[in-house]
Write a protein that binds this ligand. Structure first.
Ligand code: PMP
Length: 356
């Protein structure tokens, strides 16, 4: 007889990370092409010497450094083992069973349905618009008295589209003030909006206690392998997150890397300008080759190839470039270095020729 686990786990899809194999160009996981800064690598190395000791479970120095960089007080910040851990913790502190609803757009970040099902909560999804963006009016209309949490992925993974500040504020005005709205800003640093419409969740949240902002060190800060993310929220939400936090799950190495990165913030953020310029070059080239590519505000572009998505991604892998297919919806392509992007563009130019 097999040991007994929750029978409903069988219905939960497993998270499938982007594929990798030696020698391939990997444009499948939205990582950054830049390696860690020497100062960050040095800070991590110094902590290895102290690995026999537990880390600071409250991550005081890191939290204070994040809070200072954002202009909020430390009781508004929580850290986690990647922002994905905080996604899961946020569902844990709001949902306790099938009567509790989690609302999100689809297609969006693949972990939303998974963390919802792990909590045995009920998922409510709202389709994207024809422009591959959040339909925030339809999402507001889908709120019920059972809605406990709403994920708004801004910019949206995998389509790269983003809502401006005015649109987000209008949505928040339409949502009851007790419902937690998570603005998942994993790709925040790649947003390029006019100043007066810049959708900065931390600013938006200053007057709205139900807003929770998630950010990560995995993308613009180049620390995907270190695992560090943070939430900015009302102190009552931060205190609740503290209850479900797995003790010591933000390692010494993560804490040191986060602090060192924030000390080198200007240098790290200047790299995003390079990625944004390259993103626009890649998008223009793809459009020139005949693809439909929605404007992207992230470090990737979206090719809505429909039923051709898996074939396209397989052919791209055979040509040595790994990209990420999403069922019958599309393919997401991370912006890499110039050579990597050129390799992909060369493949993409021929892939459409072959098809037509
Ligand atoms: N949110 C979104 C929208 C993401 O795309 C990702 C990473 N793919 C995450 C959260 C989680 O990032 P991490 O756990 O590496 O901080």
């Amino acid at each position: 007889m097999n040991p007994r686990t929750r029978p409903d786990l069988e219905t939960i899809p497993s998270y499938v990370p982007g594929r990798n194999f030696p020698g391939a160009i990997k444009l499948a996981s939205n990582e950054t092409t830049f390696g860690p800064l020497p100062s960050v690598a040095k800070a991590i190395t110094a902590e290895i010497e102290l690995s026999n000791r537990y880390p600071d479970n409250r991550s005081v120095e890191l939290i204070e450094t994040i809070a200072e960089s954002l202009g909020v007080s430390a009781d508004h910040v929580a850290v986690g083992c990647g922002s994905v851990a905080l996604c899961q913790d946020l569902v844990s502190i709001t949902c306790a069973g099938p009567d509790d609803e989690v609302l999100y757009a689809w297609r969006s970040f693949e972990m939303y349905p998974i963390v919802t099902q792990i909590a045995a909560a009920t998922a409510v999804t709202v389709g994207l618009t024809a422009e591959h963006a959040h339909d925030l009016d339809a999402m507001a209309a889908a709120v019920t008295d059972r809605t406990r949490l709403i994920f708004v992925c801004n910019p949206n993974n995998p389509t790269g589209t983003a809502a401006g500040r005015a649109e987000i504020e209008r949505f928040l005005d339409a949502v009851p003030a007790h419902v937690i709205v998570v603005l998942d800003e994993a790709y925040f640093e790649y947003l390029r909006f006019p100043e007066n419409d810049h959708p900065d969740g931390v600013e938006i949240g200053r007057t709205r206690p139900n807003v929770v902002v998630l950010r990560t060190f995995s993308k613009a800060y180049g620390l995907a392998g270190v695992r560090l993310g943070y939430a900015v929220a009302d102190p009552t939400v931060i205190a609740a997150l503290g209850k479900v936090h797995v003790p010591f799950s933000v390692s010494r190495l993560s804490q040191a890397a986060g602090v060192a990165s924030l000390h080198a913030q200007a240098e790290l953020l200047s790299r995003t300008d390079w990625i944004v310029t390259e993103r626009e070059r890649v998008r223009a080239a793809l459009i020139g080759s005949g693809y439909d590519v929605p404007p992207s505000q992230a470090n990737f572009v979206w090719l809505p190839l429909g039923a051709d998505s898996v074939r396209f991604a397989t052919a791209s892998a055979e040509a040595g470039v790994l990209v990420r297919p999403y069922g019958v919806d599309g393919v997401r392509v991370t912006i890499g270095d110039r050579h990597e992007n050129d390799q992909f563009l060369a493949f993409a130019a021929t892939a459409l020729e072959t098809k037509t």
